[in-house]
Design a protein around this ligand. Structure first.
Ligand code: SF4
Length: 460
């Protein structure tokens, strides 16, 4: 794969901006949406007699004690007088209001996964965390919970917090690491040495967590291929069960605080590609499985098992084992998919607060999928999760003739076949080991909406 670096056109292609398809259509296609549309979709779900409705839940806690300079998330500063308990009350009120609205004869929502992210939810005390979970469990059935993950900043990790997470059924903690190099950490305003990370990891293991994720970022200022390779070697020694390796998005027009980073040298496009490829090699040589675009997991981890068994799904959380038919997001910017509808809460804390206090859904933005979108979403997610597309599967699920419906796309894929990125057979499309590095680009061939207009980056 390092051959990729010898071809400047491939480096440019790898670096090309574009969607990562955590939804299809991607967020750049979404528009203003009235909360009533969500209630209409609830009616439709009940009318189709869905019965049990397995849902994933994302809880967004937006507060952080300090803003990291690279941050692209929706965050609020937690100052000494910030009323975190007041925010938790709002979040609980939003969750219970949603499930009260969803209550309809013939519809039984069950939560199979919870992801508590942010922000920095690990700044919550065990008592605050327990209060949040009490509120959620009063609102909806958690008896079928199969996975519950909590994002942890190593700087606010503590044994008592891990014990509280475990006691409420949490199965995984996800540490935000990004880079372990001291120069890079100083540049990005997020300093935690490897001893602190190791102590957090050991405390989590002692509390009984046997699935631990590290979030890493490449493309940050002051990173070099050598420094990042050393960081990845250190990560491998620490031995998390999963790693998510994302590319840093420098969008100072959306996140003004990122402008501070411009005084530091950034890695070149070639270096970013070099870092990603080298990291893939390091993780796989260490025995981890490369899942999807940018996830790595030990062979015994549920993510690697789901990938190898063909039971992976793609959603706002990334790649996850397939356990739910929809996902409901709460908190500012909480993002949901319910039936054919994607929707997102307001990211403005004041607007979010006003809506929840007035017992309105804080929804502002979304997209209702057409039948064509649903077919294309299925094609794109199948390619992302399985790296192979059996035409008969899509034909059976959507009652269509694949070669007829996608004649233009199959023609366009010949260009990818010439590059040995895909193998086009009469009944299937197979992504090659080289093509795996261009998965999201190959998916773009099926993105009708993107083909019709230029892609633009939209802040979360
Ligand atoms: S801890 Fe995470 S969410 Fe908070 S400022 Fe840093 S990067 Fe952003």
């Amino acid at each position: 794969m390092m051959d990729l670096l010898r071809d400047p056109a491939l480096v440019r292609l790898f670096e090309e901006p574009g969607p990562y398809y955590t939804s299809y259509p991607s967020r750049s296609e979404w528009h203003d949406l009235q909360p009533q549309v969500v209630e209409q979709v609830m009616d439709e779900l009940a009318a189709t007699g869905t019965g049990e409705l397995p849902l994933g839940m994302y809880l967004h806690f937006p507060y952080c004690p300090k803003r990291c300079l690279y941050c692209i998330c929706n965050t609020e500063l937690a100052l000494p007088d910030t009323d975190l308990d007041g925010f938790l009350n709002l979040l609980i009120r939003e969750v219970s209001g949603f499930f009260r609205r969803l209550r309809r004869p013939g519809l039984h929502p069950v939560i199979t996964e919870i992801h508590l992210g942010g922000g920095s939810p690990s700044i919550l005390s065990p008592e605050q965390f327990n209060r949040l979970l009490d509120g959620v469990s009063r609102a909806v059935d958690l008896a079928r919970l199969a996975e519950f993950s909590v994002e942890v900043d190593p700087r606010s990790a503590a044994a008592a917090k891990f014990a509280a997470y475990r006691a409420r059924g949490a199965s995984r903690v996800s540490f935000g690491i990004q880079d372990l190099n001291a120069d890079v950490q100083r540049a990005i305003g997020r300093v935690h040495d490897v001893d602190l990370v190791r102590a957090g990891l050991e405390a989590a293991r002692q509390a009984g967590f046997n699935s631990i994720n590290f979030d890493m970022l490449y493309g940050l200022p002051r990173q070099t291929p050598d420094s990042f390779a050393a960081t990845i070697d250190e990560v491998i020694r620490l031995a998390p069960d999963r790693v998510t390796l994302l590319k840093y998005a420098h969008v100072p027009n959306i996140r003004a605080h990122q402008r501070t980073l411009d005084r530091h040298p950034f890695p070149t496009a070639e270096d970013r590609v070099r870092m990603f490829l080298a990291s893939c090699r390091q993780f796989t040589q260490a025995g981890m499985v490369h899942v999807g675009i940018d996830h790595f997991a030990k062979p015994g981890d549920s993510l690697a098992k789901a990938y190898q068994a063909g039971h992976l799904s793609r959603n706002f959380i990334g790649f996850t084992p397939k356990r739910f038919d929809g996902i409901v997001g709460f908190g500012p910017t909480g993002t949901s998919q319910l039936g054919p509808l994607y929707y997102q809460n307001s990211g403005e804390l004041a607007d979010y607060t006003a809506a929840v206090q007035a017992d309105r859904m804080p929804v502002t933005f979304g997209y209702r999928m057409t039948d064509d979108d649903r077919v294309r979403a299925d094609v794109i997610y199948t390619l992302l999760c399985k790296e192979e597309l059996q035409f008969a599967d899509i034909e059976a699920r959507h009652a269509l003739d694949f070669p007829l419906r996608f004649a233009r796309e199959l023609e366009a894929l010949k260009r990818w076949e010439d590059r040995r990125m895909v193998e086009l057979q009469s009944d299937r499309l197979v992504v090659t080991s080289t093509g795996k590095f261009f998965l999201r680009h190959i998916c773009k061939v099926f993105d009708r909406l993107l083909a019709e207009k230029e892609y633009r980056v939209v802040g979360p």
